[in-house]
Design a protein around this ligand. Structure first.
Ligand code: F6R
Length: 603
């Protein structure tokens, strides 16, 4: 995700902001910028490393200074990385400067409206509507605070905003579904998307809740709610070590990223589902030509997402298949121009996937990159691109990106199904996707995975089973487990156990079985659970409790009830925690497992 820093009341504002931005670098970014205010606003921003911004500031003839400022590290979602798309964004007269994290869902309609009024936009971003809106309200005679609040009333979506306005020595901020925290120093006040942004200056922090506004001035800070009432919040002192700060206090990036899923999923869905029309709205796919079959190419975790996507499409009567990219690259499946080949790739840089996509493109198929990284090779080379908007992932083991891939695949599938005249998206699915972030939060809050894995430390091997959409989740559970615990783990289609793997099953091979819903598949999986139980294998059941499966389980990891397509995503969160806690128990190098790399750029 992008990073925000703001400070009021320091003489070395530029250095403080740069220091904050450098402390946010670990989050990943593609450009950085800052704005200094108090009197006139001075904005400096550059694509690329923070060093580029420093160099630009050094070149700046009029030395930039002031006692109030905001800074930003950008991770692109709307518009490629570039100087002009970097934050802060300003209005046409350079009176208002804004940094924004999140996604403004209704930006296009606001942009159209403002363009009609004669405003020229200078970036491709959703964020730029905010300074123009505020400037408009200032022109209407509103004071800076009222103009800011009025602009916030206009926007929908997820946002953490920090704004400075010409002639005002204050920072105006608000949060909705995107984190923002105030740092309460002795004589200076700070704002950050994350505590490390200002930890060099104060450890006393106040977290903003959704809908809360903050104003930071040289003589203090205030917080108010949507109704305009002041909210009293006492700062808490964070005790994190330097090493923990980048991880927001979590012991590993992987655990932080698992816990970020409610936010990253909200960001993934934001503006893409329309509950009123029971429809998905994915502008990126508007230019797809006729598609009569879909081939997915992907590796590792992304391949598991692809298996899930292919199953969804088949369920919607659209011909589809998932291929391991490394196999497809040397033996491509037949394609026509009505074949859509989708490269599912978090990084957009995986050599096997790029090679498979190029092969498909050369043979005349349409290609689509389903990726997390704006401007990645896959995004640039494919005919179309659909971003999963998970934010940067630092841990080598993919977690939040897998969840966002599954949600994005639902959007793609519904878009294609509608294009093929299949029945429209149902209300239950849209509602379930909307509820997913809160349900993931519930799983994170309530999970007993840590206690359960303690029971199985030292066992011989760990097997994961599931059917239908739970099969890719079982494969993913096993992959996550093996890559960070270094223990032997395998995922199987539940019905396949009896065709061989059952020979491995003993009292020392725990079976993690995913059973959701209560259909024929769930009942058949219960039959498979009985098979392993009869061989004395301990059973850990991941379930929504719809069946009687719990009777055959030694331990249960519960998930909330949801749509049959969404339940596997909730089960996956429990399996992420299973893998994490077991690896932690062994003291493994969880964020950088041996022999593995985040981006695999060789075939
Ligand atoms: C496992 C993992 C890998 C990647 C694979 C493909 O946790 O992260 O299996 O999924 O290397 O990478 P991307 O998605 O970047 O193409």
């Amino acid at each position: 995700m992008c990073g925000i820093i703001g400070c009021v009341g320091r003489d070395d504002t530029v250095e403080t902001l740069l220091n904050g931005l450098s402390n946010l670098e670990y989050r990943g970014y593609d450009s950085a910028g800052l704005a200094i205010g108090g009197g006139n606003l001075e904005v400096t921003k550059k694509q690329g490393e923070l060093e580029n911004l420093r160099a630009e500031l050094d070149n700046n003839e009029s030395s930039v200074s002031g006692t109030v400022g905001i800074g930003h590290t950008r991770w692109s979602t709307h518009g490629p990385p570039s100087d002009r798309n970097s934050h802060p964004h300003t209005d046409s007269d350079n009176r208002v400067s804004v940094v924004h994290n999140g996604i403004i869902e209704n930006y296009q309609s606001i942009r159209d409206e403002l363009t009609t009024e004669g405003i020229t936009f200078t970036s491709d971003t959703d964020s730029e509507v905010v300074p123009h809106l505020i400037a408009g309200y200032l022109d209407d005679g509103l004071n800076p605070q009222a103009a800011f609040e009025k602009a916030v009333e206009r926007i929908e979506g997820s946002y953490a905003l920090a704004v400075i306005i010409e002639g005002t020595d204050a920072i105006f901020a608000v949060r909705n579904d995107s984190p923002l925290v105030v740092g309460a120093g002795d004589s200076a006040y700070f704002l950050g998307s994350d505590v490390p942004a200002f930890l060099d200056y104060t450890r006393d922090v106040v977290y903003l809740d959704n809908g809360e506004f903050a104003i930071l001035r040289p003589d203090g800070w205030t917080i108010s709610n949507q109704e305009g009432d002041n909210v009293t919040k006492n700062p808490k002192t964070v005790e994190w070590t330097a090493e923990q700060t980048g991880k927001s206090g979590y012991s590993h990036f992987m655990l932080k990223e698992i816990n970020e899923q409610p936010t990253s999923l909200r960001q993934c869905i934001s503006g893409r589902v329309d509950e009123l029309k029971d429809a998905v709205v994915v502008e990126e796919l508007d230019h797809l030509s006729h598609v009569d079959r879909v081939q997915f190419v992907a590796c590792g975790t992304s391949y598991h997402a692809a298996l899930y996507g292919a199953e969804l499409l088949r369920d919607r009567d659209i011909n589809s298949k998932a291929y391991l990219a490394s196999e497809y690259a040397t033996a491509p499946a037949p394609v026509t121009k009505a074949t859509l080949v989708v490269g599912v790739t978090q990084s957009g840089e995986t050599a096997d996937t790029l090679s498979a996509l190029r092969e498909a493109q050369n043979r005349g198929a349409q290609t689509l990159a389903l990726t997390n990284v704006v401007g990645s090779t896959a995004a640039r080379e494919c005919d179309h691109v659909l971003y999963i908007r998970a934010g940067p992932e630092i841990g080598v083991a993919a977690t939040k990106t897998f969840s966002s891939q599954l949600v994005t695949l639902n959007l793609l599938v519904e878009h294609l199904a509608r294009g093929r005249g299949r029945s429209t998206t149902n209300y239950e699915l849209i509602t379930a996707l909307r509820n997913l972030p809160n349900q993931v939060q519930h799983v994170l809050d309530e999970s007993n995975a840590q206690e359960v894995v303690d029971e199985y430390v030292g066992d011989n091997a760990f097997f994961f089973i599931g059917r239908g959409l739970n099969f890719p989740v079982a494969l993913e559970g096993a992959l996550k487990f093996k890559e960070i615990t270094y223990e032997h783990a395998e995922g199987f289609a539940a019905g396949e156990l009896k065709h061989g793997p059952l020979a491995l099953v003993t009292a020392n091979t725990p079976i993690f079985a995913v059973v959701t819903g209560d259909d024929e598949r769930a009942q058949k999986t219960i039959g498979n659970i009985k098979e392993v139980e009869a061989r004395d294998a301990p059973v850990v059941l991941i379930t929504d409790g719809e069946t009687e499966a719990e009777r055959y389980a030694d331990h249960v990891l519960e998930i909330p009830d949801s749509h049959q397509r969404v339940s596997p995503m909730l089960a996956n969160v429990q399996l992420q925690l299973v893998a994490y806690h077991m690896a932690d128990r062994f003291g493994r190098d969880i964020d950088k497992p041996r022999n593995l790399a985040k981006s695999v750029t060789v075939e």
